[in-house]
Design a protein around this ligand. Structure first.
Ligand code: FEO
Length: 393
């Protein structure tokens, strides 16, 4: 059933309570997600985005209960990724000649994924379409936020920005609006979404936020394509994005380690004690990496001013979990992060040097040579690890 958003705008999307992984297995979604599709019923009827393909059948069946599909004047496809375009196939079987407005890059991405002869009509920033009753849709390309084809549109008079992925959250919520949602979950998911999906494009986002600000749009609501709609003080999430896209860091140190026989774990905890002894104000997070969710770890790293990586040496290398993490973090293109490494060894002892190389390659500023411990840390070595923590702090 459609849910009212504002005046003649309705939510007709799908809440996915079961979703635990997104982008294949790459991104954890502990709180599910939603695929937000919006139906505007003015003199012209407009559908903005659809839902992920596994839900195409129920999406089209539900939509048919709300509107005669032939009365949809046009569809806006803000982004070609399958979680939003995935029901187009099913829908277009019913209304094959309905125009689909999208960015020029989305013409390519839709054709490249679906191989159909749909009536795709490219738009560029500043283009407008009248939908009657004095209202217009105004389009803004959001190139590389986070695909080349991404676009947003703004509904005048109702002052709703349909932002697609930007400002979204992977958060299945029984409430439609931010003011009714659990605030801790909402912000944690918005932050994780930014850190893991949008962080690589922070520089572009910074310029785009300035561009949108220069348009002087009155924004009463921001309606993203995932999660809840920002109705109460919608600019609060824009302000957060302004912070997150600008070399973001908090007074936080994240310690991430892998360990075979707990020697490196003991170092991690002692280094944390040393940091705490020196600085009571700093927040510290400690993760045993293979026992943790990599996207949650990455979110904490995104928020950190400094990261410590620990691994024992095995087969002249570090443990492989650290390689996966630094590879992932490299892709996020985080800026303004310091780092250091630590680890135990029994004979060859390369892990700290290798971790330093991985950290440098991932874009961190490595601040020292790191801390190595031969065999298990004894009392004296643990004191030295604490001193290392103090020095870091
Ligand atoms: Fe939610 Fe980039 O798709």
């Amino acid at each position: 059933m459609k849910k009212p958003v504002k005046n003649n705008v309705y939510w007709v999307g799908k809440t996915d309570w079961e979703l635990k992984k997104f982008h294949g297995e790459e991104l954890s979604t502990h709180h599910g997600s939603s695929y937000n599709s919006y139906l505007i019923m003015e003199e012209k009827n407009v559908l903005i985005d659809t839902v992920w393909s596994p839900f195409e059948k129920e999406f089209v069946e539900n939509l048919e209960k709300e509107i005669d599909l032939k009365k949809i004047d046009f569809i806006v496809c803000n982004h070609g990724e399958v979680d939003h375009s995935g029901a187009l196939n099913k829908l277009m079987e019913k209304i094959p000649s309905t125009p689909i407005y999208c960015s020029a890059n989305a013409v390519k991405s839709l054709q490249g994924q679906y191989f159909k002869n749909w009536d795709l009509r490219p738009l560029k920033t500043g283009d407008t379409i009248d939908i009657g009753n004095g209202k217009q849709l105004v389009f803004v390309e959001m190139r590389m936020l986070h695909w080349p084809d991404s676009m947003a549109c703004y509904l005048t008079k109702d002052n709703i920005l349909f932002s697609n992925d930007a400002f979204g959250q992977h958060y299945a919520c029984d409430h439609l609006f931010n003011d009714s949602a659990d605030q801790c979950t909402l912000y944690a998911e918005a932050e994780k979404y930014y850190a893991n999906i949008l962080a690589p494009f922070s520089a572009i986002l910074k310029r785009k936020l300035e561009e949108i600000q220069s348009l002087n749009l009155d924004i009463d609501m921001i309606a993203p394509s995932h999660g809840v709609i920002w109705r109460d003080n919608p600019m609060q999430i824009v302000e957060k994005y302004r912070l997150w896209c600008d070399n973001y860091q908090e007074n936080l140190i994240t310690i991430v380690y892998d360990t075979m026989w707990n020697g490196t774990r003991a170092l991690a905890e002692k280094i944390a004690e040393g940091i705490r002894e020196k600085d009571e104000s700093v927040n510290i997070r400690i993760f045993n990496l293979p026992k943790s969710d990599m996207n949650d770890v990455a979110t904490q790293i995104f928020k950190s001013k400094l990261v410590l990586l620990g691994s024992p040496t095995v087969n002249n290398c570090a443990l492989h979990s650290l390689a996966a993490l630094t590879h992932y973090i490299k892709g996020l293109k985080l800026k303004n992060k310091k780092a250091a490494a630590f680890g135990c060894y029994g004979w060859s002892g390369e892990s700290v040097k290798i971790l330093n190389e991985m950290l440098t390659d991932a874009g961190f500023e490595v601040i020292n040579d790191g801390f190595k411990c031969l065999w298990n840390p004894d009392y004296e070595t643990l004191q030295k690890a604490a001193d290392f923590g103090k020095e870091i702090a």
